[in-house]
Design a protein around this ligand. Structure first.
Ligand SMILES: Cc1cc2nc3c(=O)[nH]c(=O)nc-3n(C[C@H](O)[C@H](O)[C@H](O)COP(=O)(O)OP(=O)(O)OC[C@H]3O[C@@H](n4cnc5c(N)ncnc54)[C@H](O)[C@@H]3O)c2cc1C
Length: 381
């Protein structure tokens, strides 16, 4: 399918594909097995300037948008979503700064992120506030020139590895979601520690940890936006980054499909290649149809967002749900087509199936996305 990408977008996609095929494919299995954080790959992405594709030119980036970010994530995910998510989580941490940062904050942080000199993270979830994000308990109290943060964050991608964390905390308990604020917290700030590292089913090359704040001193100029705008900052960020999860899902599905197709052509049973059996052909056809449909929805959503449209919550959630459900189905079918060989670690599809699962869970589980979409379409009635 031709999606009529611009010449620059094609160059970005080709470069990311080359890194994915020539470098990531060779280390994906090992990094997954041993849970190795892909700092070397992130350095390579920095060297090739892919770290800055979605960051404005004035802060040292390429000046692209959500589309450029998604093209990179998609191609990296074709071989390893664990590595891709380490890149994507930096975008998740950078977007709140791009959208709500002051000139000083943007200059200080985005320039480093664009050059790959800093990795970022986004810290919203807590033990008792997953889907119910407005229930966060981490507090931030103003004290002179500082905010003092106390509390714990769970499941934070790039935790321990990132240099910059956008952290959400309650500044006024009486105001519910309107009492949440966002802060930029640097690794090394007094009172900021890393807790448990999660032992995950998939995306094992990525780091997911607990963050601990014990009287952590955050300079008052690190408040993002105004006090009380944290919930809006989080939601507006997700609108721009959920397509990144969809891109991850499309990439995983594409990778699994390519492996299954190749295998089906080579594997002979009953004197014929598997690809000659109609049951297998129909599975391959459905994989192709679903992947292209997911990619079409993803790219249309990216174009809509980058065009400067005002509201794209519904579209952003829809592409995340659709693509992640496709990734799950396609990877399960890829394992099925490859039979016993699909189920063992000699081939990458079992990893892809494990990696696909999280795309239905994080950045808002798919049930929550369906709630969001339903509430938007009912509002439009
Ligand atoms: C690998 C990984 C990386 C992550 N990275 C980050 C990160 O970088 N930053 C960050 O802030 N968070 C991160 N998260 C957290 C992630 O966003 C949450 O796990 C997710 O939002 C779901 O929250 P929960 O796990 O607490 O599930 P719960 O909220 O307990 O939900 C459990 C199940 O119940 C369903 N459910 C809950 N409420 C409803 C409802 N009202 N209606 C219907 N169904 C409902 C959910 O859909 C889900 O299937 C990460 C999670 C994982 C697993």
């Amino acid at each position: 399918m031709d999606y009529f990408l611009s010449e620059e977008q094609k160059v970005i996609k080709r470069l990311a594909k080359r890194i994915s095929d020539e470098v990531i494919s060779k280390v994906a299995g090992k990094y997954d097995k041993e849970g190795i954080f892909p700092r070397d790959i992130l350095d390579l992405l920095a060297y090739t300037e892919l770290t800055g594709v979605y960051i404005p030119k004035e802060y040292g980036g390429f000046g692209g948008g959500v589309m450029e970010m998604c093209l990179v994530v998609e191609e990296l995910s074709r071989n390893c979503a664990g590595i891709a998510v380490s890149y994507a989580a930096t975008a998740l941490g950078a977007y709140p700064i791009m959208l709500y940062g002051t000139q000083e904050q943007k200059e200080k942080y985005l320039t480093k992120i664009a050059k790959g000199e800093a990795i970022a993270a986004f810290a919203l979830t807590e033990a008792d506030a997953g889907s119910d994000v407005s229930n966060i308990k981490t507090v931030a109290e103003k004290n002179g020139d500082f905010y003092i943060l106390n509390g714990n964050k769970h499941w934070i991608t790039n935790g321990g590895e990132a240099d910059i964390y956008v952290v959400f905390a309650v500044t006024d308990k009486s105001k519910g979601p309107r009492g949440i604020s966002a802060f930029i917290v640097e690794k090394g700030y007094e009172g900021f520690y890393f807790g448990k590292k999660e032992d995950k089913m998939g995306i094992r090359a990525s780091s997911t940890t607990e963050l601990v704040f014990e009287n952590c001193k955050v300079p008052k100029e690190n408040l993002l936006g105004r006090e009380g705008t944290g919930f809006i900052i989080a939601m507006k960020t997700f609108d721009r980054t959920r397509p990144g999860v969809a891109a991850m899902a499309v990439g995983i599905a594409q990778g699994a499909y390519e492996h299954a197709l190749k295998y089906a052509k080579e594997r002979v049973q009953f004197g014929q290649p598997l690809s000659s059996f109609q049951a297998i052909q129909h599975m391959l056809a459905d994989m192709y149809i679903n992947i292209e449909a997911a990619r079409a929805l993803l790219y249309s959503t990216c174009k809509m967002i980058d065009s400067g449209a005002k509201d794209y919550t519904k579209e952003s959630s829809a592409c995340k749900v659709f693509a992640s459900d496709v990734a799950m189905k396609v990877t399960i079918d890829a394992v099925q087509i490859m039979g016993g060989n699909g189920y063992v670690k000699d081939y990458p599809v079992e990893k892809m199936m494990r990696d696909a699962k999280v795309t239905q869970i994080f950045e808002g589980a798919n049930q929550i996305q369906r709630n969001i979409i339903a509430s938007e379409i009912v509002k439009e009635l």
